[in-house]
Design a protein around this ligand. Sequence first.
Ligand SMILES: CC(C)(COP(=O)(O)OP(=O)(O)OC[C@H]1O[C@@H](n2cnc3c(N)ncnc32)[C@H](O)[C@@H]1OP(=O)(O)O)[C@@H](O)C(=O)NCCC(=O)NCCSC(=O)C[C@@](O)(CC(=O)O)C(=O)O
Ligand SMILES: [Mg+2]
Length: 297
Amino acid sequence: MSNTKVNKSRKHMLFVPADKPAMYRDVIFYKPDTVMFDLEDAVSYSEKDAARNLLVEILQDIDYSKNKIETCVRINAIDTEFFEKDVEACVKANVDLIRIPKAETKEDVLKTIETLKKYETENKLPYEIKIFLAFESAKGILNAYEISACSERIVGIALGGVDYLLDLKASKLPNREELMYARQHLVHVGRTLKLDVFDVIYPKTTDAEGFTKEFKFIKALGFSGKSVVHPNQIGLINEIVKPTQQELEFAIEMQKAFDESIKNGKGVFLFKGQMVDKPVVEKQLEIIELAREMGML
Ligand SMILES: CC(C)(COP(=O)(O)OP(=O)(O)OC[C@H]1O[C@@H](n2cnc3c(N)ncnc32)[C@H](O)[C@@H]1OP(=O)(O)O)[C@@H](O)C(=O)NCCC(=O)NCCSC(=O)C[C@@](O)(CC(=O)O)C(=O)O
Ligand SMILES: [Mg+2]
């Protein structure tokens, strides 16, 4: 994973409205993989400047990377009066990532990156801020591959379900069937380009059962993780993805058996009644890696 200061895979990105000072410190206890301070839709027009100033002030003070938390800021779109100041603030706040909302064209994303480069150079930033793109419209979804492939800075993509439904003039179905096309399209784009792929927010913050069902479903579709709006949802994701002790032991045993088999010149063999070859072992290696990240090893 391409990441400037924090080196672990992303499963959750926690939205924090950038105008809520009390939430900034609490985030350290919730331990999201990525904290995403929002300057866009969670902040009202009258508070945009104050929120941006607060963000720079607090991020110069708190070092989230010490707690292995990656920082991201969702900026306002390029066609707003806030855009340029938001980008400058991200550089001054030394963030790891910028999330570009409502991405629709390659040209706008490239212009955003040019603006970012200008401020990085002016401020002599010693690293490159990476980019996460959110697709939130029919046009964005259709152009997603071309846009996502336009720069090496792009490390992940996300589906913004609330705005997407508005744009599509669609409504929520019981199992979110209306999102299937966009979800599967973005998973294909993300996996082709080796980017993280993030699913829509789940707005019912106290519905653990509904959240768990939806998270298991989107993991099975191939998503890396989910944008979340409440700390409760971080714990739920950790519980779902954390391998059981039994799964971990199985993975370690299979890896050992595979290494032995390779030494003996055999690429395929039977392990506990199951055929095993390279891709089967690679899946188990993901479990071992995740267990390591989650402190089980
Ligand atoms: C919903 C609510 C107000 C409820 O708060 P409440 O305080 O009533 O909740 P409580 O349960 O009482 O909180 C218990 C304790 O946790 C603390 N706590 C709660 N949430 C926390 C948090 N996020 N970060 C840190 N701390 C938190 C709280 O401060 C309290 O701390 P304490 O007082 O010390 O006990 C709050 O969660 C919240 O603001 N969420 C983020 C909302 C947001 O950013 N929306 C914009 C992004 S989506 C969008 O724009 C759509 C999108 O664009 C998306 C896309 O593109 O993907 C699209 O198109 O789909
Ligand atoms: Mg949105």
